[in-house]
Design a protein around this ligand. Sequence first.
Ligand code: SF4
Length: 431
Amino acid sequence: MSTAAAPTGQRMRKTLSCTAAANAYQKQFGLDLKRRVVDEGEPFAIVQADTPHEIFHAMDIPIITNQWWSAYISAKQLSGRYFQVMADQGYPENSCKYCSLGLACTLANDPATAPWGGLPKPTVLVARLTCDCIQHVFGQWASAMDTEFFPMEAPAWEHKDGQWFAHSNRDWEEIYQPDRIALMVREMRDLIALLENRTGRTFDEAKFQHLMEQINVQEGHIWKANQALARARPCPVSIGEQMSNTMIPQWHRGSEWAVAHAKRFRDEVMDLIAQGHGAASDERIRLMWIGAGVWHDPGFYQALEEKLGAVFVWSMYMPFAGPQYIRELKDKPFEALASRVCSMNETLHLPPWMNGWMASEAERCGLDAAVVLLPPDNRLSQSGTKLTALSLEQAGVPVLMIDADMVDAKNWDHDRMVGMVAEFLHQRGLA
Ligand code: SF4
């Protein structure tokens, strides 16, 4: 049993009152879920982030998003312990981490340390087959929890539009391809049939239609705030708080609370901009963070704000609300939803969609440099990073790649990583 180095993660400073409200809501959601599922035996599902959560919301079936659960475990500095359990059980040390930390927690079977005492048996696990590993992770997790895995296809995307984000709200049928959309609609109908059969709940088409309309309202609030934030000098809110206030409502998208919270977040951002408030007292460098959040060290992004006036202005979470989530429904809510989900991972990790968007975002937000998280064992997250770095450098945006994992803190040292970014900014003449 190797003794992992003491975690060095640091807490994030919070400027917005709505950040605490979002965290409190998610905490209460966790307690309610535990009561509903463990005490009252209600059905629930474990799902990947890039699956149609709207189906479960329309059926009032609570979901645990795997990436959120993984980040939650990591933030509690438990990843080292659980990955050691996987290694002890014969899994390769270089197994990918982000999607498998939940499985590792289940395999550890240690209610004393596991958040919520560990997850109870779900009705189903759902994932899109976006990489070679996921069917193994979810397949083995389903058998470890004695339940079933519902895989969804991730068909190849032949329509290569590097400017997808400029017109995806309207031209989604053309961009995401009618055949890919039709396949996902069929799979969603199969998923509904399975859920109705296993849970006795019925799918309410009218409720689903309303949900899709409310999601457009919610994402509209976030996108409006992001457009203002991108133009503002200085940047009022750095990415740590952008993530919480975007992603916690995202896990509950279309709900009354999520729509109201998105509006509150927008209003607070607008107020800070009107006051000329800056996340750093003297903003001099505007940074781009490419990759998932460093969930075991949320304070990392703020570390250079005072020392160098270096502010992380951009990460994928908040701006994604606009081009990826907003859809003109065209009386086809199922097809619109399929277009939202069927390329969620591809646009974030694969060229030409990833580098096309990120190079455009660097220009839209006036970014001076980018830092790319390169998780060594995570195949999908690596795929488009090198071409994206090339596109950014060609656009005059210097790029630093750091080998580190979003949930596994074993190779992460806060001071060393902060020092690496500072050195890079000095070397490139920005600090
Ligand atoms: S490679 Fe990445 S996306 Fe695939 S299962 Fe592993 S962590 Fe998840």
